[in-house]
Design a protein around this ligand. Structure first.
Ligand SMILES: [Zn+2]
Length: 130
């Protein structure tokens, strides 16, 4: 499952929240993705970022390039994850709209290397030390 798909699926499971992955039964965009994968009960709740298994599951979250906010803010964000959090918390984009944006990045990545996300995921997991 790609990150954009996980966000959409998780958005159907709980109402949207802000600033936290999970708070009071609400999830942010990344929390929704974790929820869709059954990862909300793991190691990620202390931070407003996904950790461990979630990063292995979604290689796109290991993109640490500076990226510009699609709303045109003057400050760049670190990585796809930074933009997602910013769109969720600062611009209050719906998670469906955030998923649409993530999908555009996923499309570029596929064109970049010609490898499908599923294969990328398998290769990434095998390459990571436990
Ligand atoms: Zn912005």
């Amino acid at each position: 499952m790609r990150l954009s798909e996980a966000i959409r699926l998780g958005a159907m499971m709980k109402p949207q929240g802000f600033e936290y992955l999970l708070q009071g039964g609400h999830t942010c965009a990344l929390g929704a993705a974790a929820d869709a994968c059954g990862l909300l009960e793991t190691d990620l709740l202390l931070h407003h970022t996904l950790q461990g298994e979630a990063r292995r599951r979604f290689p796109i979250l290991r993109d640490f390039k500076d990226r510009w906010c699609p709303e045109g803010c003057a400050v760049s964000r670190v990585g796809v994850e930074g933009v997602i959090l910013h769109l969720n918390d600062s611009h209050r984009w719906t998670r469906e709209r955030i998923a649409d944006w993530v999908e555009t990045i996923e499309g570029w990545q596929r064109e970049d290397d010609g490898v499908t996300d599923d294969r990328r995921c398998v290769v990434s997991v095998a390459a990571l030390p436990e």
